[in-house]
Design a binder for this molecule. Sequence first.
Ligand code: NAD
Length: 548
Amino acid sequence: MTTPTPTLGDFHLPDILNEPMRNYEPNSVDRAELQKAVDELIAAGPQEVPIVIDGREFTSGKKSQQVNPGNHKQVLCNYYEADESMVDAAIQGALKAKEVWANMPWSERAAIGLKAADLIANKYRYKLLAATMVGQGKNVWQAEIDAGAEICDFLRFGVKYIHDMYSIQPPRNSPGVWNRTEYRPLEGFVFAVSPFNFTAIAGNLVMTPALVGNVVLWKPSPMAIYSNYIVFQILKEAGVPDGVIQFVPGDAPTVANAAINHREFSSLHFTGSTFVFRSLWKQISNNLDLYQGYPRIVGETGGKNFHFVHRSANVDAVVTQCIRAAFEFQGQKCSALSRLYVPKSLWEGGMKDKLVSATKGISMGPVNEFKHFMGPVIAKHAFDKILGLIEEAKQQGGQVLTGGTGDDSVGYYIQPTIIETKDPRSVTMVKEIFGPVITVYVYPDNEIEETCKLVDTTTEYALTGSIFSSDRQELLRISNLLRNASGMMYYNDKCTGAVVGQQPFGGARASGTNDKAGSMNIFFRFVSPRTIKESFLDPSTYIYPSNQ
Ligand code: NAD
């Protein structure tokens, strides 16, 4: 048994602010340091990444590689895949580590979260950015958004939201009685499964449940192993005790089966594709008789995001926002723009030419050359899938206005692509592509309602969307028509770029459980509150006045 540590004060948190973004402009210290970190990482050759259970490093019989997607001959790291017995051992170890962690005073868990953010923002910023750039193919700005700012924001605002959640208590108006609510961590362990595309999301999938006292089995994406391992090491340095987070890369079904078929599995915290999330949910449902409780299932999944342009919109601004939303990080954001609805008058009146010509001017190349706006897509399977969908769209009558080709001889590069379609339900208007492709549907200016209906019903997803209009009445009308078409709605802004603490993120329908990462809401999913009523005065008789 551990002796509980007293909390001898009602501590106030430090001020919680968004991490300031750095610009990495030419001749700046930041740029020189980051360039050095990237160059050194590339020159160093393959890193070694172990499986980590209870703070001990393990190898296994199965070794795999994460390559640089911008130069696939270059191996960024060798890592080991956990087998079933290792996953079991990790779960046992996590459950043992739980008592100390869950009983740690909140101020100390909070301090660990805040310290991790400060370590990332300062000591490890360049290292984590370099790993995210080289491993996941992000250019400097995209890496800074992710591994410089957002990951710190998740940690710091997470601490603030938990603090606020803990302070939500029952009313204090019953004389002789004190009512309280305890926000207990879930019984058992949380299984976190993270995607390749955001280092910050991976860290958040783990730390959201951990900060409220849960223990977590973490299966990182094979395409983000190295940056995720650095995050894991930073969390350890910040003070997360051994065993609280178990780092278990491995074959996805092997790790998932061992976790989900365990009696003490209490929650899935997932971000990735809709298909994988659904299959895990079904597996969990089939196991309901096995579990001690009803598992919490939290997942943010695919998107098929839109820009709806009204004839009153500022065309130049729309063009800029479309390019950023669709082509930044090669369209590999769940929120990336994929469907563009433009009124005929604007499209033919110059927007088409402006969009195509600006897209043709985009610079693409390896991310260690900082000048490029775009880099590679993540892997061969993504490269093939994206080009395959473009081909299918062409066969369905889509007209490729620019791009449409790729080159995977050195890295997985796909030209930014614009397809114009006359069929609003053709393949690239419907399926998630996760690549640098916009499909444009030109609508008659006066068919706003019909077109909104199309936007709303064309796909199964409902993640992000934007409306561009300088006519307030029309903006509101369109917004009302599209109320359920996205969980994130932007007015005169691009459909990507949500900031923690400002725009809580998530979507509905096939896009996820919409628990809003980066808000207080999500923390409720990883606690099981206990209500405590304490009576200060003893009753003298069981008889009520009405019995007299
Ligand atoms: P993915 O579904 O291929 O992989 C996600 C994770 O699931 C990885 O760790 C992967 O190894 C694991 N996985 C794959 N098959 C599995 C299986 N059978 N059992 C258990 N785990 C399995 O997704 P990805 O390619 O890494 O990421 C891209 C997807 O993530 C896109 O669909 C994107 O929209 C989505 N995404 C959504 C959000 C959001 O907030 N809505 C954010 C980022 C990414």
